[in-house]
Design a protein around this ligand. Structure first.
Ligand SMILES: [Zn+2]
Length: 411
């Protein structure tokens, strides 16, 4: 295959991906005004419903604009040989292969992040602000950016440097060592996510003694679940939107509740949300997700090892010599249809797991408190109650509210 053919295949993948996304978004938007299913009618007052429709439309228009902008930016970069240009800059600074790759990705990442920051800013300070969700100050927004760059640079740069180092010493066999390194890294970050990464962005405090803590402890004892680590996170620092999640495993497992969740929900509703999270743990969803992601990483790295030696991957982007970092870019795009497919399957699994966690919450605590919690959360987030099925299949990691309530009432 000539480098020119490869180049146009890359452009084709980028454009096709954009077109498919836009079609599904359009289908979804055509259902923004559908009648709300009967059992969900009590979620919104007439006024709130109009607000939720305006919110959906504002987000839809925004995402169309930002997707078009980033496609144009990407295409311009490809047609103007941007990768070759950045490669030359990196090579003019250092001769070291790892140094070149780190500079190359660092420049591309920073430049694209800076160019898209106005969009993120607009989304937070105009759209989220207008609908009363935003609690972020400009200072927090900018600090988050800087911290994100720092952590991304350290972790991403570290892993990249390690992988290239393996490639330089082991050649095509590098993928085995890279896989082991990624596996160790994934287990480590999963285990210590709450202790090492979350504190950079948020304050976490143990849930204080009181009605809620007693109710949770009572539930945990009945469900046979040791739960010493219940933390409250200051989500209200950024947004009014509420959440709860489970992280870590073994002795490091903990449940984190957003302070917004505690403010918005009644005690039994919070326990029901927590029972759902415990369900994920009991049904081993966290282990499954980690195992699957490690398995997929192994396959990806193996296919990468078969492709990375092909010099055309570099030539296609206008770079005259074969290099790991350029090959990685080309490979990433050629591989993206496969990762779209695995993402699609993972979303399907995730939706199945949500039903299982809901079932667990129903059996160990009760369906109605969870239903009223889910309704309140949907109302609070101005959620779309009538998404298009194709959009749900592509993008939803959770079943729709209607599906979840039907499932919870079924048992
Ligand atoms: Zn869940």
């Amino acid at each position: 295959m000539t480098p020119a053919t490869l180049f146009y295949i890359i452009i084709g993948i980028l454009v096709l991906d954009f077109v498919i996304d836009q079609c599904i978004d359009y289908l979804n938007a055509r259902h923004f005004n559908d009648a709300i299913p009967g059992i969900l009618r009590d979620i919104y007052s007439d006024e709130k419903y109009l607000e939720s429709q305006a919110y959906k439309k504002a987000n839809y228009n925004f995402s169309r604009l930002s997707a078009a902008f980033s496609l144009l930016l990407t295409l311009a970069f490809f047609f103007l040989d941007g990768f070759a240009y950045v490669d030359r800059i990196a090579r003019s600074i250092t001769d070291n292969e790892i140094g070149i790759a780190l500079l190359f990705f660092g420049i591309i990442f920073l430049a694209s992040d800076i160019l898209t920051t106005p969009f993120a800013y607009y989304h937070t300070f105009v759209i989220e602000e207008k609908f009363g969700f935003n609690k972020t100050s400009v200072k927090t927004f900018l600090l988050d950016k800087l911290k994100g760059w720092l952590i991304g640079g350290l972790l991403g740069g570290g892993i990249l440097a390690l992988i290239i180092w393996f490639y330089n010493i082991a050649g095509p066999d590098f993928w085995i060592y890279a896989w082991i390194a990624v596996a160790v890294f994934t287990v480590f970050t999963n285990m210590f996510y709450s202790k090492l990464i979350v504190p950079v962005f948020n304050k976490q405090t143990p849930l204080e003694e009181g009605e809620l803590r007693s109710a949770i402890e009572k539930y945990a004892a009945v469900a046979g679940f040791t739960l010493d680590n219940i933390f409250v996170i200051d989500g209200s620092k950024r947004s009014t939107k509420a959440n709860a999640y489970f992280s870590g495993f073994g002795s490091q497992k903990r449940i984190t509740l957003y302070d917004t969740l505690i403010n918005d929900l009644e005690t039994d509703e919070i326990v029901a949300v927590l029972a759902h999270e415990v369900g994920h743990y009991k049904k081993k969803h966290i282990l499954f997700n980690m195992g699957t992601s490690l398995f997929l990483t192994g396959i990806t790295l193996y296919i990468l090892s078969l492709c990375i030696q092909i010099p055309e991957l570099s030539y296609a982007l206008g770079v005259p010599e074969r290099s790991f970092h350029i090959g990685l870019i080309t490979f990433g795009i050629l591989y993206s249809p496969i990762s779209e497919l695995t993402g699609f399957i993972m979303n399907y699994c995730s939706r199945v797991f949500e039903y299982q966690a809901d079932d667990y919450a129903r059996e160990s605590f009760g369906a109605e408190p969870l239903i009223s919690a889910l309704k309140k959360l949907s109302a609070g987030n101005l959620s779309n109650l009538t998404p298009h099925p194709a959009y749900v299949k592509m993008h939803y990691s959770h079943p729709t509210l209607l599906q979840r309530i039907q499932n919870l009432r079924k048992g």
